[in-house]
Design a protein around this ligand. Sequence first.
Ligand SMILES: Nc1ncnc2c1ncn2[C@@H]1O[C@H](COP(=O)(O)OP(=O)(O)O)[C@@H](O)[C@H]1O
Ligand SMILES: [Mg+2]
Length: 264
Amino acid sequence: MADALTLSRPKTVEVGSVQISDVSKTFRVEGRTVHALDDVSLAIASGEFISIVGPSGCGKSTLLRFLAGLDGPDSGRIAVDGEVIDRPSLKRGIVFQDHRLLPWFSVEKNIALSLHSLAGSEAEKRERVQYLIDLVGLSGFEKALPHELSGGMSQRAAIARGLAPRPPLLLLDEPLGALDSLTRSYLQDELLAIWEREKSTVVMVTHDVEEAIYLSDRVVVMEPRPGRIAKIFEVSGKRPRHRDDPDFVTIRREITDLLAHRRD
Ligand SMILES: Nc1ncnc2c1ncn2[C@@H]1O[C@H](COP(=O)(O)OP(=O)(O)O)[C@@H](O)[C@H]1O
Ligand SMILES: [Mg+2]
């Protein structure tokens, strides 16, 4: 199939670069025109970790849905590795806050399903599923059903499922939003470890400024009505970052101030 993706993608191949050029989208809502995205442009390098923050309604999810190929802009262009996106693909893994594992299938089976249409032997796929289960810390829960898992565990299973086909581009829409703060900070470290190991490009929407700074190379701040990029912050410093580091505190204050001013 056109989406043939190999499980043995060499880590030296630079893939998953994103070019978003002059993207606009309006919706008609109850007779009014909503400018969900207005002339948004952003280039993301292969292997970069980008976070998008901004008040509700500024177009974050719309942009992520476009990157996933679930919907498209009225004007402008979105390409991954130079190829215009016009439909969903296994090359782009997506994890939503509301992750919806299939309730009647085990953890193992839920993850395996995302490998179904990929090239590769059954043995290779089984090995990949087990690798992912170990990676997200769910060893021993292979046969568990979704209702037997805690919120954090099922979110980890959903992340494993999103990662399984080794998508060069991983799209996360508030993936940790529903979790308690302890589980959340634990999963942030796990996400970082996974990103470092898998070398995927990550675009993550979050409402948590600290989470964005902790994880990302750049934090994109958006503003609503019309949905635009207000400012992009580069985060320097080696990971793991320290939340009380002076640079961390400064950038957090800058982003928080910007968000406070842009809110109506
Ligand atoms: N399918 C849709 N139909 C109508 N309006 C939509 C649709 N999707 C998004 N919108 C509107 O576009 C704006 C941006 O939405 P969204 O991208 O979900 O924002 P965010 O994720 O930043 O909260 C909002 O005003 C929202 O109501
Ligand atoms: Mg959203």
